[in-house]
Design a protein around this ligand. Structure first.
Ligand SMILES: Cc1ncc(COP(=O)(O)O)c(C=O)c1O
Length: 464
């Protein structure tokens, strides 16, 4: 069976550079395929037939593994991590607690230590791997809530800009906060002057106003790379304010945090080492397949206190306390996959330098895209990239609505060529195109294809 799967996947990977990037037709005829949509049979079918069904099922939609994928935050799908998953799943050990699989828990704990060290967090830091950034954010906000507000938390307020990922707002809701608890802090400038950074003076004023009104400010969320534009908030100034005001400082590094591995990235992310909690998404910045986020908390005791009360189940008491973490005590899940291997194996197999170099290359590629696009007639770039994302908008004559439509048409034409795929976002009501470089397979040649398509179509749309 494994041989058949490997043969199938080898073919998939060989075809990947030229495989279709996006098929967004809906309803897609694949969905009407009776072979695809039927209940499990009473008696099994050959694996080869089923792999063919899976292959067809994977066709409609987007292909984020492609080197030409620059939309949203690309997810690469490092193959060695997939192999680690296979090993982990076939071994099938229980890693929710240390005692049943201390060696495998140690490998995962060591990866988390390495991540915490890479961010500059102290020895007291610890955390866990999650299924993604959203769940990691939920645990972070629950920890902040528990640590700073206790059980009577309904007057609590937390602060972020309007550029924060919606996972933060969702996590606040799931953590029990009423609508309105998330205060939107103004940014320091307008759309076109790179002004999407948190205005820390405005943050201080908002905190003071809330205190005066009887609310309980408890947490500030800084972005280490927003999804929209890759903007990094002024983390040192936010850290200063949090220290002064006794607020929990959370950093959303789901997109940008991994760049701390590089020299340039760590300079841009300065201040992240002062966070009380940081979310990373290895399924973004460390090129892993979807399904791996990470939460690191400065004081792992706060994480444990928030997630494990006195309610430990009797049937777990036979398991000895080890020096190793019980991940079940640090997060919402009791049983989980052996997540650590999907980080441990690639990091040890390829070496840290391979990851650092790949991230450095993404910074270079985004800088190159910016340099080649900034003088194009009919195109305005928002700001030089702080990480690996550039945002742009059609410019020239026309109302803002017409320029929105022209920007959408630009992306439609670029995507229609089939070599690259870009998507847009809306910021302050205006449509922006985005080019986010974060796939380990994306190289200079593919970036140049994206840039040249953008230049050509932007000029055409600008007219004579
Ligand atoms: C900045 C940021 N934060 C949080 C998230 C949520 O992470 P996930 O999709 O892994 O749940 C994302 C990504 O989608 C993101 O880009």
């Amino acid at each position: 069976m494994a041989g058949q799967v490997v043969d199938y996947l080898s073919g998939v990977l060989a075809a990947l550079p030229d495989a279709p990037l996006a098929d967004l037709s809906y309803p897609h005829d694949v969905l009407a395929d009776p072979d695809l949509r039927r209940p499990p049979p009473e008696h099994g079918r050959p694996l080869a037939e089923l792999l063919a069904v899976v292959d067809r099922a994977a066709r409609p939609g987007l292909n984020p593994s492609s080197p030409g994928y620059f939309a949203f935050i690309p997810g690469s799908g490092l193959v060695s991590a997939g192999l680690a998953d296979l090993v982990a799943d076939v071994l099938n050990r229980y890693t929710g607690m240390a005692a049943p699989a201390p060696g495998l828990v140690a490998l995962e704990a060591d990866v988390l230590r390495w991540l915490a060290d890479g961010l500059g967090l102290p020895a007291t830091a610890g955390g866990l791997l999650t299924s993604g950034g959203s769940i990691a954010t939920l645990s972070a906000l629950i920890t902040a809530r528990h640590d700073r507000l206790g059980e009577d938390f309904l007057s609590g307020t937390l602060y972020a800009t309007d550029q924060v990922h919606h996972a933060v707002v969702k996590a606040a809701r799931l953590a029990g906060f009423p609508t309105g608890a998330v205060r939107i802090v103004p940014t320091a400038g307008g759309l076109h002057d790179g002004g999407l950074h948190m205005d820390v003076g405005a943050l201080a004023a908002a905190v003071a106003a809330d205190r005066a009104a009887g609310r309980t400010p408890f947490c500030v969320v800084g972005s280490a790379g927003t999804t929209n534009t890759g903007t990094v908030d002024p983390l040192p100034a936010i850290a200063d304010l949090c220290a002064r005001e006794g607020l929990w400082f959370h950093v959303d590094g789901a997109y940008g945090g991994a760049f701390a591995l590089t020299e340039r990235g760590s300079a841009r992310l300065r201040g992240i080492e002062r966070a009380d909690s940081v979310v990373l998404d290895p399924h973004k910045g460390l090129f892993l397949p979807f399904g791996t986020g990470a939460l690191l908390v400065r004081d792992v005791g706060a994480l444990r206190a928030a997630h494990s009360g006195d309610d430990e189940a009797g049937y777990l008491h036979d398991l000895d306390e080890l020096e190793l973490p019980d991940f079940a005590a640090l997060g919402p899940e009791l049983t989980r996959d052996t997540r650590g291997l999907r980080l441990w194996l690639p990091l040890h197999l390829h070496g840290v330098a391979a990851f650092r170099d790949a991230l450095d290359e993404k910074l270079d590629l985004a800088a190159a895209a910016y340099a080649s696009l900034r003088d194009v007639d009919g195109l305005t770039l928002l700001a030089p990239p702080e990480l690996s994302t550039i945002a742009f908008r059609c410019s020239g004559p026309g109302t803002p609505e017409e320029l929105d439509a022209r920007t959408a048409e630009l992306l439609r034409r670029v995507d229609a060529e089939g070599r690259v795929f870009l998507a847009s976002t809306r910021v302050r009501g205006r449509r922006l195109g985005r080019l986010c470089v974060l796939n380990h397979r994306t190289d200079r040649a593919r970036l140049d294809e994206a840039v040249s398509a953008l230049r050509r179509h932007a000029r055409d749309l600008a007219g004579p």
